[in-house]
Structure formats: C-alpha cells, structure tokens
Design a protein around this ligand. Structure first.
Ligand code: PEP
Length: 254
C-alpha cells in the first residue's frame, strides 16, 4: 500500500519561538492521534528554524525537511546549504523545485535535477514540485508542461531511486491564492503524472510513488482531495501555519 504524506511548507514565516510552539502543537496532535503507519507527517520550516523544529518533534514519527538545498557537497556558494549540513542537523526530507523557487530564483528543471541527484546520493527524501501556470492550463498545455517537468527534473534516476521520490503536483494558480483544483482536476493531473512515471520506469514503480497535491489545501477541502485514488496526501502552505487547521488536514489523510 502507498503512503499518504502530509507536509507543511512554512515558507519564510515564523521565528524560533513561534516555530517551537507550532511544532510542539503538531507533535502533540501526532502523538495523540495514533496515526496508521502509512500516514506520514513532515514539517518544512525555513532553514534557520530547522534545529528548533527537529528538537520539538524528537520522539515522534514526524519528518523534518528543508525547503531547498544546493547540489554541491560544499564550496564557495555564499548563502547556500548542503545536503550534508541538513543531514547532520537531523533532516529527513527536502523540498526541491517549489514554484516559488522556480519563479523568483529562476530554478530550471536541470537545476532541480542536479539537486535531486545529490539529495538521493546523500540520503535525503526529496519532495519534487511540478505544476502548470494558469496561462498554461488555459491554453490546454497542462499535460505537456507536466511531462517535460517530470522527464527533465527526474532525468537519470533509477526505478529503485524513484520509489523514494515524493512528487508534489502544485498547480501554480492554486498556490497561496485560495483557489484550489477541484478533486477531479487534481485526480486527472495525478493519474497523468503516474502514467508518465510508469513510462519512465515501470507500472509497479509508478504505483508505489507518493504524489501529493498542493495548492490551497485547507481543513475543509483536504478530505475530498485526499480521497482521490491517485492523490497521496498534500503539500500544505498557508494552512500548515495554523496548528488546528494542520491537525485537521493530517486527520483527513487517515
Ligand atoms: C505551497 O507552498 O506549496 C502551497 C501549496 O501553498 P498554499 O497551501 O498556501 O497554497
């Protein structure tokens, strides 16, 4: 059975004290909720808050991920963070290719691919984001856009490695806008993504891969989205900053 993974992307919000409070509240919920083993929870705070969050979730099943990393082992890359540094802190996951990084920091599929290869080599579980813009959807090129992102971002990854990759389908027009893909739109995109993954590897590998939906997931729409057969949880931005809302989204993944 595939896992369902709910990840919170805190973006550039909070400070150490607020991160401790929020991570503590999510930990308390996860401890008391007795989640089934196939439901995973990951928190992705900004890099300077990772250590505090890792400390707060100690002794729970919650994973902690960075929102970005560099593809190199080390070097003269001022302001960057390596996979080794994240691992030495205790990180388990890393988000790669979020649309905000693609849009504001000009990250290409090739750059994401280099980071992905490094994350897999080093043993961090990647959450690779793909998704079309509103203009691309309205001109009817959603599927070709997703296929190019998949083939280029995941180039050179073996079928065995692919099983460890979490994909996040995040239509750009739904991120932070309050406008969510309908469950049918999400299912259609996820089924298409799984068919491309099967073509890139094999159907068994594709069937095992976790494909999250992201884009204005809230407490009141999560259950319907997660009930779709190819939707395996969510990457949650805004609603992950509210402990009560995020707890309800975690519960919707049961
Ligand atoms: C995200 O940051 O990946 C995201 C989906 O944000 P939001 O839930 O706020 O749309």
């Amino acid at each position: 059975m595939r896992s369902t993974i709910v990840a919170g992307n805190w973006k550039m919000h909070l400070d150490v004290a607020a991160a401790r409070t929020l991570a503590g509240a999510v930990s308390a919920h996860v401890r008391s909720a007795a989640l089934p083993p196939q439901v995973g929870v990951v928190l992705c705070p900004p890099a300077p808050l990772l250590a505090a969050v890792i400390d707060e979730v100690r002794d729970t099943s919650i994973g902690v991920g960075a929102q970005n990393m560099h593809a190199a082992d080390s070097g003269a890359y001022t302001g960057e963070t390596s996979a080794g540094m994240l691992l030495s802190l205790g990180c388990t996951h890393v988000i790669l290719g979020h649309s905000e990084r693609r849009q504001y920091f000009h990250e290409s599929d090739q750059l994401v691919n280099g980071k992905l290869l490094q994350a897999l080599r080093q043993g961090l579980r990647p959450i690779v984001c793909i998704g079309e813009t509103l203009e691309q959807r309205e001109t009817g090129i959603t599927q070709p856009v997703l296929e190019i992102q998949l083939r280029e971002s995941l180039a050179g990854i073996s079928a065995e490695e692919l099983r460890g990759v979490i994909l996040a389908y995040e239509p750009v027009w739904a991120i932070g806008t309050g406008r969510t893909a309908t469950p049918e739109q999400a299912q259609e995109a996820h089924a298409f993504i799984r068919s491309v993954l099967a073509d890139m590897s094999d159907s068994d590998t594709a069937a095992h891969m976790v494909i999250q939906y992201g884009g204005s997931v809230k407490a009141d729409n999560a259950a319907e989205l997660f009930a779709q057969p190819d939707v395996d949880g969510g990457l949650v931005g805004g609603a992950s900053l509210d402990a009560t809302a995020f707890a309800a989204i975690i519960d919707a993944a049961r």
